[in-house]
Design a protein around this ligand. Sequence first.
Ligand code: COA
Length: 268
Amino acid sequence: MYNTNLINYMNFQTLKVQLEEEGLLKVFINREDKLNALNAQTMIDIESAFQMVYDDPKVKGVIISGVGEKAFVAGADISEIGELNHMNARKFAESGQEIFMKIESCPKPVIAAINGYALGGGCELAMACHIRIASDNAKFGLPEVTLGIIPGYGGTQRLPVLVGKGKAFELIMSGSQIDAEEAWRIGLVNYVTTQEELMGKCENLMHKITKNAGLAIAQVIDCVNAAYTEDDGFQTEANSFGNCCKTDDFKEGTTAFLEKRKPEFQGA
Ligand code: COA
């Protein structure tokens, strides 16, 4: 069921975006003929879509995937990368990092539904999401060194956090691809499903998350992210705990438990 108030969600050149029941926004990278490679326009569109996610209280959570059955995202668009020079390449990386940071810091849960190749910038996009679920045909890798470059959208930073330093060095320095089972084994994805079951699995998990207090979820995202920055994560956690206790949802959650009923969170 689409919400007609949100028709503008669909006006993206390179994304298919739809708002479904219970505030679930699905964002599909929509360049199937190029295996959903991220060109400059796609990055602009992703940034705009996430700005709407930040701003629109109707959106409770996001699932990102790729159109078609072959690719989530097969990397940054190599035809554009080939044009970079030492003057503009740094800016290219910084601006991509900033956009993916916006996903990682999004105050609403973001799940990557990885339905095929997640290479280079595609693997980096998936890693910027809070949770990754892959179908059994998915393939992961950071093949940038095979092109004479390195991952530039945060891959060298997020991969070691997810899989450990040794495995990250191996994958980035070899440029090798791994399959979905191996990605699960090393902790890069949370679950592996069939292609048919992928979206359902993501939706079920999203609904388990979004039925909880949204303000508390936003604080969780801040706190877990703080564990991987130079911020004092324990201080962030204590502040966030204090913030939760200021909300009506905290009163509702605790009262509902004591009254033996389901809480009805209002997001306030
Ligand atoms: N950038 C731009 N175009 C890409 C692309 C990318 N990262 N990945 C795939 N494409 C394009 C191909 O050029 C091809 O376009 P064409 O039909 O106009 O020639 C189309 O997508 C289909 O890809 P193709 O290579 O024919 O499919 P395949 O099934 O033989 O191989 C891959 C699939 C993913 C193994 C292969 O496309 C690949 O290695 N892509 C690049 C991966 C990469 O290095 N990513 C990191 C970039 S930093």
